[in-house]
Design a protein around this ligand. Structure first.
Ligand SMILES: [Zn+2]
Length: 226
């Protein structure tokens, strides 16, 4: 399917590229987001291109996790496209942003998984105040120290670590979950994720391991946005 000249998404796409050229990544993100939203999923090449440039604009705003989220979607559309190349360059074994230190990457994966589990129980993807956030950070941090000091992680393959992280339950107390600010309700199919092994090819047909494609671990910025 081709994208016609009258398509508003195409107009937004060009406006986004112009904004990037003028070093206005904030404006570019707005236009490119609209361009991607207007693109039907059946126009795979056009959508991949729009998501790729949206990711570049987000990177210019230092939004690496949000950029990765877009690249993770885009790379499924065109296995040999630019988005796939950039995605593989930016991502680690967990499908998260590379940080150059394997221990730190393990910690981020563990922290994201546990915080996502906490948000899912709470049914809202945000903290209500600093005290709640501090308490969660402290509890996850303590659990991480216990896990890493126990030595069980040594020599484990990434998919085995992911299983262990998902099976590890942090004993969160029941905080008073107040209804207040509008927050995104988490839609997650935890059973489907748990039933797939990380090293298997992703069922979406991307050719990547599941753990690095549809089973990737979302960064905290991704949980909190959109
Ligand atoms: Zn996939």
């Amino acid at each position: 399917m081709s994208i016609g000249a009258k398509d508003s998404g195409e107009r937004d796409f060009r406006a986004g590229l112009r904004a990037l050229g003028r070093h206005r990544p904030d404006m570019a993100v707005r236009s490119l987001r609209a361009a991607a939203a207007a693109c039907p999923a059946s126009a795979a090449a056009a959508l991949e291109r729009r998501l790729y440039w949206l990711a570049l604009a987000l990177l210019r705003l230092d939004q690496a996790e949000l950029a990765l989220k877009r690249l993770a979607s885009a790379q499924k559309l065109r296995p040999r496209g630019n988005a796939r190349l950039l995605y593989l360059r930016m991502t680690n074994d967990y499908g998260m942003a590379r940080r150059g230190n394997p221990d730190v990457e393990d910690l981020y994966a563990f922290y994201s998984i546990q915080t996502a589990a906490y948000f899912a129980r709470k049914r809202r993807a945000c903290f209500d105040d600093a005290a709640e956030k501090d308490a969660v950070v402290r509890l996850v941090g303590d659990a991480w120290l216990a896990l890493s000091r126990s030595g069980v992680l040594r020599g484990l393959a990434p998919s085995a670590k992911i299983r262990l992280f998902r099976e590890s339950r942090v004993a969160f107390p029941t905080f008073a979950f107040t209804a207040g600010m509008p927050c995104r309700v988490i839609k997650a199919d935890f059973r489907a994720k748990a039933s797939l092994r990380g090293e298997e090819r992703c069922p979406c047909g991307s050719g990547l391991p599941y753990r690095q494609c549809c089973g990737r671990i979302a960064g905290l910025d991704e949980l909190k946005s959109e």
